[in-house]
Design a protein around this ligand. Structure first.
Ligand code: NDP
Ligand code: MG
Length: 389
């Protein structure tokens, strides 16, 4: 039996992961499930999946979780440290599906104990790519990408020599506002931004899809994970969300990964790798689909894409600053403190401000430094929002 843990089990990726595991429950021993606010779902899944431990990141919710698990023999725990401890419990395979930088420390704990890490939490690579990859080299833990674009690239690279890769192209649906005139974006509401034309995902990544901050994070993620130069990574708008990514080789061939917009494909690929097993996803009918379309992603309309390039060029702690400022700006947009287009203004201003303070280029790239700049970037973003918006 494979021992598996799911971090962020109550979320969109977490629930899709449980769906796959539950279909073949006898093959797995569920070690830990972690969640946040959704105690009811967490307890229900922990009981159904016979988990050893269930953990909420919110200490105040410990009594609720404890009572929901009373008499089941399943251990309950709460708090950020308990989430990281759950990730450190010996397991063969750990799904990293917490949203935001909060996923970094638990993901690292899983890598340190040598588990294969199925990585949905892109923020881990954006904030601390080199550090995380160094830890995985040290412990021998394999990291398998779950973000659909990166899973697509990974699959297109199977059996290929990375040295023969000229470029990768990742696609973006364009999100909720892809057909809106640019001038209308400033007035977009959180509710409008949180509807996705093709994918069912958590609220935060859905809004990031509309601003293309999600694509910005993914460009950095591809740069870190595959060791590609910034100039080798392109993003195009592909409204159908069927081609997830393409890899271009030095002989001119483009290998495309095509599939339905269903995260259970990428999750299942990471679960069964290096094998392929049957997965419960739709089989595409190309004749019915008829047309696949692509258009340029305009960096004036989507400043997040330009900022991603600047972050990659800067390197070091810039990714951690970028991600934290983005998370804070997103909080402010969801709370209606700032407008949709102001999110990019906040992030750019924080990057500018922090690049001229503290001599960041000389900072030692270690986990404490990442967590420090993450905190500082959130403070700077909060100050800017209070002063200017
Ligand atoms: P959701 O918001 O749906 O789920 C997030 C999960 O993390 C929930 O279990 C939530 O608990 C938990 N959580 C929230 N805050 C914290 C915290 N501070 N500490 C610990 N746990 C926390 O997100 P998604 O599933 O959409 O996304 C998860 C990750 O996967 C993100 O990094 C996202 O970018 C990435 N991803 C997602 C895709 C998708 O299709 N959804 C596609 C590709 C990547 P609760 O809900 O109980 O509060
Ligand atoms: Mg993606």
């Amino acid at each position: 039996m494979r021992r598996v843990s799911i971090l962020g089990a109550t979320g969109s990726i977490g629930q899709n992961t449980i769906d796959l595991i539950a279909r073949d429950a006898d093959a797995y021993q569920v070690v830990a499930l972690t969640g946040g606010q959704n105690i009811e779902q967490l307890a229900e899944d922990a009981i159904r999946m016979r988990a050893e431990v269930a953990v909420t990141c919110h200490e105040a919710l410990y009594p609720a979780l404890k009572s929901a698990l009373a008499g089941t023999g399943i251990a309950a725990a709460a708090g950020d440290a308990a989430v990281a401890e759950a990730a450190a419990r010996p397991a063969d395979w750990v799904m990293s599906a917490i949203v935001g930088a909060a996923g970094l420390v638990p993901g690292l704990a899983a890598i340190k104990q040598g588990a294969t890490l199925a990585l949905a939490n892109k923020e881990t690579l954006v904030a601390a790519g080199p550090l995380v990859l160094a830890e995985s080299a040290k412990s021998g833990a394999r990291i398998l990408p779950v973000d659909s674009e990166h899973s697509a690239i990974f699959q297109a690279l199977a059996g290929e020599d990375i040295a023969a890769v000229e470029r990768v192209i990742i696609t973006a649906s364009g999100g909720a506002f892809r057909d809106w005139p640019t001038a209308a974006l400033a007035g977009a509401t959180p509710e409008q931004a949180a509807t996705h034309p093709n994918w069912a995902m958590g609220q935060r990544i859905t809004i990031d899809s509309a601003s293309l901050f999600n694509k910005a994070l993914e460009i950095i993620e591809a740069h870190e994970f595959f060791g590609l130069a910034p100039s080798q990574i392109e993003a195009v708008i592909h409204p159908e969300s069927l081609v997830h990514a393409l890899v271009g080789f030095n002989d001119g061939a483009l290998m495309a990964h095509v599939g339905p917009p269903d995260m259970r494909h990428a999750i299942g690929y990471a679960l069964h790798w290096p094998e392929r097993r049957e997965l419960p996803v739709e089989r595409l009918d190309l004749v019915k689909i008829g047309t696949l379309s692509f258009r340029a992603a305009d960096t004036t309309r989507y400043p997040a894409l330009r900022l991603a390039r600047e972050v990659m060029e800067a390197g070091g702690l810039a990714g951690a600053i970028f991600n934290a400022a983005k998370e804070k700006a997103l909080d402010a947009f969801i709370a209606r403190r700032i407008g949709f287009t102001e999110m990019a203004q906040v992030v750019e201003a924080v990057l500018d401000k922090m690049s001229s303070e503290n001599g960041l280029e000389n900072a030692i790239f270690e986990i404490d430094a990442v967590l420090d700049v993450d905190r500082l970037a959130r403070i700077r973003a909060g100050e800017l929002i209070d002063q200017h918006f």
